[in-house]
Design a protein around this ligand. Structure first.
Ligand code: 5RP
Length: 228
């Protein structure tokens, strides 16, 4: 069986076939879509592909700039043609958990402004029902412990502040991430998302409901494109 990183690479590259010259492209964040961005850079350099990108994180911004992909602010007056991004889980209805890489807020803002969302994933991300992966929730540092308690009350589960090397992880927006171990199953993602968004300290929730149109899935038997 191919290594997961090879499956990610294959999915990431295949997703570039959805991108045409002249498109405004949302550039996601993570180790799978990284391969998409590298390939887009290559096609721009070698094959005359011309696109403009909107990055969903500072990491994606610097990678794109290194590759010579021109970047723009998210346009207020028109939609992006496409966004390509990874996911931590996707279910049968193409609902997603995202935010494993901590970029969920910008990812959601950009995805909401795109006409089409393509997810790139390896088979480990495919589930019948979301919930095994801890749900990332971006919160304000201000009163985050109160916010954490309110989240616990709603979800009735363990909620852990994300740390990296012992330090609290800071998002690109200078917020914190709380990981809610709400699983094993989230049967009603839309309802959970809207309940959590009512907590004032919650900035955004890593549930992407009815946003994804297609999944480019790398399996041990090859690439499949699943469409809604
Ligand atoms: C970042 C994300 C990523 O898309 C998600 O974590 C998947 O990452 P990877 O492709 O590295 O497995 O949501 O916030």
């Amino acid at each position: 069986m191919a290594e997961v990183s090879e499956l990610k690479r294959l999915a990431g590259i295949r997703a570039c076939d959805f991108v045409e010259s002249g498109m405004l492209v949302g550039l996601g964040t993570g180790s799978t879509v990284r391969y998409t961005i590298l390939e887009l850079g290559k096609r721009m350099k070698n094959d005359g592909l011309k696109i403009k990108g909107v990055p969903t994180s500072l990491a994606t911004e610097s990678l794109s700039l290194e590759l010579g992909i021109p970047l723009i602010e998210l346009p207020p007056d028109k939609k992006l043609d496409i966004i390509i991004d990874g996911a931590d889980e996707f279910d049968l209805g193409f609902n997603l958990i995202k935010g494993g890489g901590g970029a969920l807020l910008r990812e959601k803002i950009v995805a909401q402004r795109a006409l089409r969302m393509i997810v790139v994933a390896d088979q480990s991300k495919q589930v019948n029902t979301l919930g095994n992966f801890p749900l990332p929730i971006e919160v304000t540092p201000f009163a985050h412990e109160c916010t954490m308690n309110e989240i616990k009350e709603i979800l009735d589960c363990e909620v852990i502040i994300r740390k990296v090397d012992g330090n609290i992880f800071n998002t690109d927006n200078d917020n914190f991430i709380l990981d809610a171990h709400v699983g094993p199953k989230i049967e009603n993602p839309k309802e959970i998302e809207s309940k959590l968004l009512q907590i004032p300290g919650v900035v955004q929730v890593g549930l992407f409901v009815d946003m994804c149109d297609d999944v480019v899935l790398a399996t041990k038997d090859g690439i499949e494109v699943l469409s809604k």
